[in-house]
Design a protein around this ligand. Structure first.
Ligand code: APR
Ligand code: ZN
Ligand code: ZN
Length: 360
């Protein structure tokens, strides 16, 4: 048993606190990871606000990298000393999707079997089955993906959630290719990653849409060729103007709002693709002209975690970063300490950061 400091959301809406938690040694199929860095993501805030479920207390944090300290019986995929990025979809290899050769859609992903607890034995719900705002965390071995250890943990860890979701929305789900035009709605960490992914995939027109000029400036540094402030101008018209009147081949919604989804739908060229990677609230509904859904052809897709396969995508993206072709480090707005997570939530809400990253 390991006693470590961690960030816990004790009850709905309350500021997060630092608690001492108990992390079991790894059992069969599990790995104990010494966390080196963990980014602050919107989903952590959603947990804290009771927006995911009511299973408080939550051990927050899920965008992380670190060193494997111990592995349990039967673990062969990683070994103590390995530098790993944690993922929240360890594929099972046996469900109906895995068996049909689509493991990135696995319907039965793994987490650690044993539970981490408070000192009094209260079981903690680990955010997305990870819980990495902690000096050590216990995960399923398949949640650890070994990558080149020359990348700083604060940079590598971001692949564990939002940045992977954005890049994958473009390259995996949207299938962006050479010469494509892409419009990205929402230029936070996820949208900017979709822009960087589109650039990497060879898109020649990349239109960034946001309501905040600061975000649009940053989007340019990731590869946006055009920017649209949709507070001032009609986003659909502006995207059409930038694409010869046709609309974009791929429209990526990285906010999670019905109105921006509708814009993405309307700003798409014939036979184009809409990718939804922003996460809607459960009460939201979207209305679309049915005849246009048919008449425009193409496809409306959702992107879970960028439809990534961690074992395939994390090492590849780290390699591209090391070759200077993917500026992963630019997503790190600041590095902070564990006790600064609550303040980082406020900075996120004020739109001041792409990612604040806790470094241990
Ligand atoms: N139109 C255009 N842009 C908008 C609008 C709008 N109506 N509302 C918000 N935005 C912009 C914000 O200004 C911000 O730049 O969308 C961006 C959202 O970025 P972040 O809040 O930083 O969120 P991010 O971490 O990028 O995640 C985006 O993806 O994974 C999901 O849960 C996540 O739903 C969230 C989305
Ligand atoms: Zn599976
Ligand atoms: Zn996340």
């Amino acid at each position: 048993m390991n006693e470590v400091r961690a960030i816990v959301a004790m009850s709905k809406g309350a500021a997060v606190t630092i608690e001492t938690i108990l992390v079991p040694d790894p059992g069969p199929g599990e790995a104990l990871v010494q966390v080196q860095a963990c980014g602050v993501c919107h989903t952590d805030l959603h947990y804290r606000e009771g927006g995911i479920n009511d299973e408080f207390p939550f051990l927050l944090g899920h965008e992380a990298a670190g060193i494997v300290e111990k592995v349990g019986a039967g673990v062969t995929s990683v070994a103590p000393g390995d530098f790993v990025v944690l993922n929240w979809r360890a594929v099972c290899g046996e469900c109906r999707s895995c068996r049909r050769g689509k493991p990135w859609l696995c319907f039965s992903t793994f987490n650690a079997t044993q539970k981490m607890t408070l000192r009094d034995g209260t079981v903690l719900s680990a955010a997305l089955g990870i819980g990495a705002f902690a000096e050590k965390t216990l995960v399923a071995a398949g949640q650890c993906t070994k990558v080149d250890s020359s990348v700083p943990a604060a940079t590598a860890g971001l692949l564990g959630c939002g940045v992977m979701a954005g890049i994958g929305a473009a390259v995996n789900t949207g299938n962006v290719g050479r010469g494509d035009s892409v419009a990205v709605f929402g230029c936070g960490g996820v949208g900017d990653a979709a822009i960087a992914g589109s650039l990497l995939a060879g898109a020649t027109t990349i239109i960034a849409v946001d309501i905040d000029d600061r975000k649009l400036e940053t989007a340019k540094t990731f590869g946006a060729t055009h920017t649209v402030n949709s507070k001032n101008v009609d986003a659909v018209e502006a995207i059409k103007a930038a694409t010869g009147g046709n609309g974009a081949d791929v429209c990526i919604e990285a906010i999670g709002l019905p109105q921006t989804y509708r814009q993405a739908f309307e700003a798409r060229d014939l036979a184009g693709t809409v990718v939804l990677v922003g996460v809607p609230r459960p009460d939201m509904e979207v209305t679309l002209p049915f005849i246009e859904m048919f008449g425009r052809g193409g496809s409306l897709k959702s992107s879970w975690y960028g439809d990534c396969l961690p074992s395939r995508d994390f090492p590849m993206l780290i390699d591209l970063h090391l070759q200077g072709r993917l500026p992963l480090d630019k997503f790190v707005s600041e590095t902070i300490k564990l006790e600064d997570v609550e303040e980082a939530f406020h900075k996120m809400e004020r739109g001041e950061v792409l990612r604040s990253v806790v470094v241990f």
